[in-house]
Design a binder for this molecule. Structure first.
Ligand code: BMX
Length: 284
């Protein structure tokens, strides 16, 4: 069965055509997030519809969209409005299914990636599994009792919104966006230079990066004893950087054993979301 899927993150978007488990065509671009939902949909349709129609002729394929934000009944809200301004209960499922004349399944990007990793990657055989993405934002997806946990109100694994002791959120300490802000405040060119400096042993950069990682470790410790999570797969452009998991692992190791989760790099890398939403879209 063929499905066409999009994975729209805070910074990058991917599209793929799946034939069964195989990706037979793919493309990617920067997420055109700043112009609002109508402009993004117009761009999705204009960029990809001709290619898809050529390849799929009149095949009745389902469409899947994994997207950053809160999903309720096919509508998307960006609680982090800086990433996707203008997305307030935007009826993406309805708009796309009308434009594309096909069944459309919409799911949060981190939840999709969790499902992809659970089915085909590092979550295989793990009953309670968490996927964590550290990227533009900080997101997660939960598999509990071997099922993808999706709350009706869309707030099932929004780990980035969890509170830290100073009254801020995890995302405000640890996301790529936060690292970018901290970088500028402390005289580094941006998030990447800050992380590069930390990797080279710069002590101020290390402290800034590790502060966020410490906050993440604390949340993972709480979730371990709250939900019985056995393994956590880490993805996202920051989370997949060389050395990131090792830093997180050494923070997790500071907790007593009952709080410790096994940490692994997402085996599907940046494709976890595409793979997960493809599996969900097949069964719309
Ligand atoms: C934010 C939030 C989550 C998302 C996470 C990671 C928005 C727009 N997004 O916490 O829903 O899963 O970021 O997504 O509020 P990223 O790809 O944007 O980093």
């Amino acid at each position: 069965q063929k499905v066409v899927v999009f994975d729209i993150g805070g910074s990058n978007s991917r599209i793929a055509l799946f034939d069964g488990d195989d990706i037979v065509w793919r493309d990617q671009a920067a997420t055109p997030g700043q112009q609002g939902p109508d402009a993004m949909v117009a761009r999705m349709v204009e960029l990809y519809l001709p290619t898809l129609n050529q390849r799929l002729l009149n095949l009745d394929v389902n469409i899947g969209v994994a997207i950053t934000g809160q999903i309720v009944d096919g509508c998307v809200t960006a609680h982090n409005a800086a990433v996707l301004p203008g997305w307030q209960s935007y009826p993406l499922q309805k708009v796309l299914s009308e434009k594309l004349q096909r069944s459309v399944r919409i799911v949060n990007d981190a939840r999709a990636a969790a499902w992809g990793e659970y089915l085909y990657g590092t979550g295989r055989g793990v009953d309670e599994f968490l996927f964590l993405t550290v990227s533009t934002g900080v997101g997660a997806g939960l598999v509990l009792n071997r099922r993808l946990h999706i709350a009706r109100n869309g707030f099932d694994a929004e780990i980035g919104e969890m509170k830290t002791a100073d009254g801020a959120t995890l995302e405000e300490h640890a996301s790529g966006t936060a690292l970018g802000r901290l970088a500028l405040e402390h005289g580094y060119a941006g998030a990447k230079s800050l992380c590069d400096a930390a990797d080279l042993g710069d002590s101020r950069a290390t402290e800034l990066v590790e502060n966020g990682i410490r906050e993440i470790a604390k949340k993972l410790a709480d979730l371990a004893v709250m939900l019985g999570i056995q393994r956590v797969a880490v993805g996202g452009s920051v989370g997949l950087r060389a050395g990131y998991i090792e830093r997180l692992r050494s923070e997790v190791a500071k907790y007593p054993p009952i709080y410790q989760v096994e940490l692994v790099a997402a085996a599907l890398g940046h494709d976890a979301g595409l793979v997960g939403v493809a599996a969900l879209a097949r069964s719309v």
